[in-house]
Ligand binder design. Structure first.
Ligand code: 26W
Length: 821
């Protein structure tokens, strides 16, 4: 079906330009006289899209004919960023497009930056889903992503007077990358009553009746692979009132307002992404979102399977569903409901299909992030599902009882239902019980889940149910797109761009560690990337930073466990040191720029306090004549994917300094090292494997180990702590009002001094500061520094998300590639 197929609707820069102009004039109905950058972006995107759509249609057709197993990646978040640059690079037409645009009088970079980020995610989990989509398409894995089409993505962050202000992110004004499928729609039921009765044959049947119906409409987004015709599908569900715009009967009866409010209530389901990262709040609307999306996706998957006319027992050999954290766990009772209630399978047969179909990825061990839903809420919203969950639990507990008759306490510990007031459904347990494989996202994390939250389940199911797939990142976006000069330099040494499809080829760079020309260019590229960031900093904050200074960057969601507070305390420590030095001593110091970025969940006061402290420190330090270029402190507003593409290539050092055992993996650590920066980090998450790959000499590790965290926390509670003098003087400066009203920061300081220092900032502060001194020293020997950077890049091959997808495909999904012919 794929033969004689020419994918290129344009073969030259002129041809491309013509297509863009045609779209501007016809699709947009704009005249060329007032064609601005926004219109040119639209025309360019639409021209590219035409090409993409051809490949997309072919891929879907091909996958249907091939009739082989597909992967369905269920994620409540897809943090895609911009699509145009990625589409051009993957189709290998960027140079042609650049030329075409320049003939029209535009610069490629200006056009690319017109695009609004698709920011349907919070942080690591959502971006991982986006990298996985890129890898699955690039590796010709037949795969679909399923998510929600939020009208508002993660809020836009503004910093006003040093405080975070949230502004809605309305991103759908013009989105050329989505295709509404009004013909693909599913009615989703909520509320109502569930009852059981005996049919004529004496069999118990369950019915779920009444309640309300909301309609799910599919919006499809093409996901192009790199240098392959494979173009997979990301299907996002939007909600609308069932039966059209609004209830006409009501409307005709004159109940105009209530007919419109029904419609609005339905549309509310997919209206906004919840902005909490690692914090569960138990809101009904969130549970509605989860069921709406799971039910629509499963209906779609089952419909596709039924078209093959296969027996139900074949379902798991045609369908692999991966649960991205517990957010889609309702898919488990939903599939059981479809098989038993709607398709008439026996419970046990259905359950065996369910277990073989699902895999579950855990992304966090933080207790406040583990999802629990109250039994009364589920009873109210999804009465039949609650029955099914209780039946799943009953069967499971009977099995446990038979196999562990001596451990009576175990039943209470592993029950899906927590016997609290009100009772709660533990979603992670349901996910473990309903899946055939459970994985963590870095080695330490995967070990930790086996010894902490899922310890009993390892006893029950054996260790083989639990595995590790260390996270990765797509080298297409995070090297080639974000850092084209470095990518080109590598290609020039490796004889082409094959490394973008097999990142382990980077190891050949080790042959050039001593190559003078190569080293010089490598260093020049880093400087150019720092200049680009310095320019951006100047434009957005008005602060001038010296590109030759050491750029020290921490960008990620603001969270106490990630310890931006440790970083800013370290910065204050440095500031105080500078202030107390003689002018002669100051001359010996290496200049630094400390750069922060990240959003705080809107209700997370401590995280917002840390943002405020960073801004206040910046205000004081950046205007202190004694300090000058020696130290600048920057908070970059509204950190997102497209900003990360400018930031990651521009670091000398980046900070990954979570309390050991709390950061499941981290993925920005990988982005920074792949772009020729070094990292300071704790022995946590993927930092440990990065160390194994790049070598201990090429990373700055510090701090207590995960295995000691419990004891240290205990000691904080039961012993009186003498604060380290260096940290005490930082707190003294804060309390003295050096950075504005001390009252603003009292909760932050007291959390450490008086309330147990849960994240162990005081325990790690001294080794953190010492390690920064080592960094200053190491940066002083620039030749040795460049060697570390080059060696590190050469050894990062393991962290490609292509390797992750290979591991999932082999260990969890048992799915084969479908290579376009
Ligand atoms: C229900 C509230 C909630 C919302 C989001 C709980 C948990 C989450 C996510 C699982 C948080 C998250 O993004 N986790 C991150 O996942 C990344 C990808 O695996 C890891 O690299 C990060 O270490 C982990 O924090």
């Amino acid at each position: 079906a794929w033969t004689n197929y020419s994918p290129k609707p344009f073969e030259s820069a002129e041809g491309f330009g013509k297509e863009a102009v045609r779209h501007i004039e016809t699709t947009l109905a704009r005249s060329l006289y007032n064609c601005d950058e926004a219109a040119t972006y639209a025309g360019t995107a639409l021209a590219l899209r035409d090409r993409l759509v051809m490949d997309w249609n072919k891929t879907q057709q091909n996958q249907t004919f091939a009739d082989q197993k597909r992967v369905y990646y269920l994620s409540l978040e897809f943090l895609m960023g911009r699509a145009l640059d990625n589409a051009m690079l993957n189709a290998d037409v960027k140079d042609m497009a650049r030329e075409g645009l320049s003939q029209l009088g535009f610069r490629m970079e200006d056009i690319i930056s017109q695009e609004h980020d698709a920011a349907l995610g919070n942080g690591g989990l959502g971006r991982l889903a986006a990298c996985f989509l890129d890898s699955m398409a690039s590796m010709d894995i037949p795969a679909w992503g399923y998510g929600l089409r939020y009208r508002y993505g993660i809020f836009k962050q503004e910093i006003i007077d040093g405080y975070q202000v949230e502004v809605p992110d309305y991103w759908l004004d013009f989105n050329p990358w989505e295709f509404p499928r009004h013909d693909v729609s599913v009615d989703i039921q909520f509320y109502g009553n569930a009852s059981k009765f005996q049919d004529e044959t004496g069999k118990t049947v369950a019915v779920w009746e009444g309640g309300e119906i909301v309609n799910a409409v599919a919006y499809d987004v093409p996901i192009p692979g790199y240098k392959t015709a494979t173009t997979n599908n990301l299907r996002l569900w939007g909600s609308k009132a069932s039966g059209g715009e609004f209830d006409f009967q009501k409307f005709n009866r004159g109940e105009y307002e209530s007919s419109v409010s029904d419609q609005q209530r339905a549309e509310t389901i997919s209206a906004v992404l919840y902005p909490n990262d690692n914090l569960e709040r138990g809101k009904e609307l969130r549970l509605k979102q989860q069921y709406f999306w799971c039910a629509a996706s499963l209906y779609d998957i089952v419909r596709r399977f039924k078209k093959t006319k296969r027996a139900w027992k074949d379902f798991p050999s045609q369908v692999a569903i991966q649960l991205n954290d517990t957010h889609p766990t309702l898919a488990i009772p939903e599939l059981q409901r479809i098989l038993v209630d709607l398709e008439g399978l026996e419970w046990d047969e259905a359950w065996s299909i369910v277990q073989k179909t699902f895999g579950y990825t855990n992304h966090t061990v933080l207790p406040e992030a583990l999802e629990k839903w109250s039994v009364p809420l589920i009873q109210h919203l999804l009465p039949r599902h609650l029955q099914i969950i209780y039946d799943i639990n009953l069967n499971f507990l009977q099995y446990v009882e038979r196999n562990f008759p001596k451990d009576r306490e175990m039943l209470g510990r592993v029950s899906i239902i927590e016997e609290s007031q009100p009772k709660m459904v533990r979603m992670a347990y349901l996910a473990v019980i309903g899946s055939h494989k459970v994985n963590g996202v870095a080695e330490l994390h995967s070990d930790l889940i086996k010894t902490t939250i899922f310890k009993d389940f390892v006893k029950i199911y054996g260790p083989d149910k639990f595995t590790n797939v260390t996270n990765g990142i797509t080298p297409r976006r995070w090297l080639h797109q974000a850092n084209p000069r470095l990518s080109a330099l590598i290609a020039s040494k490796l004889g082409g761009y094959d490394f973008l499809k097999d990142l382990t080829l980077l190891h050949k760079l080790e042959n050039f560690v001593d190559d003078k020309e190569f080293r010089k260019e490598f260093a020049e590229i880093k400087l150019a990337n720092k200049e680009r960031l310095a320019k951006y900093i100047h434009e957005t904050t008005g602060v001038t930073v010296n590109p030759k200074a050491l750029f020290d960057i921490q960008v990620k969601r603001m969270h106490e466990y990630k310890r931006q507070q440790l970083n800013i305390f370290g910065v204050i420590h440095r500031y105080l040191a500078i202030k107390s030095m003689s002018p002669e001593d100051r001359k010996k110091l290496a200049p630094r720029v400390s750069i922060f970025g990240g959003k705080a969940a809107p209700g997370y006061w401590m995280a917002k306090t840390v943002i405020h402290l960073i801004c206040e420190v910046g205000r004081v330090v950046n205007n202190d004549k004694d300090v000058g270029d020696l130290l600048k402190v920057i908070f970059l507003e509204d950190y997102n994917v497209s900003k990360a593409e400018i930031i990651c290539p521009a670091s000398d050092i980046s900070e990954h300094i979570s309390t050991a055992g709390t950061e499941a993996s981290g993925t920005s650590n990988m982005k920074f090292v792949l772009n020729g920066g070094l990292i300071i980090g704790t022995c946590d998450g993927a930092n440990i494997e990065i160390t194994r790959e790049v070598g201990e000499n090429n990373i700055f590790l510090f701090g207590n180990l995960a295995e000691d965290v419990d004891d240290l926390r205990h000691a904080h509670i039961y012993q009186k702590y003498e604060l380290e003098p260096s940290l005490a003087s930082v707190f003294d400066a804060i309390k003295a009002g050096t950075f504005g009203d001390a009252g603003n920061f009292s909760a932050l300081v007291n959390g450490i001094v008086e309330h147990g220092d849960y994240y162990l900032v005081s325990d790690d502060f001294v080794s953190y500061c010492k390690t920064h001194e080592l960094i200053d020293e190491a940066y002083g020997d620039r030749e040795a520094w460049v060697t570390k950077c080059i060696q590190s890049v050469a050894r990062m091959g393991f962290f490609s998300s292509d390797r992750c997808i290979d591991e999932y495909a082999e260990m969890i999904w048992n799915v084969e590639k479908l290579v376009p012919t």
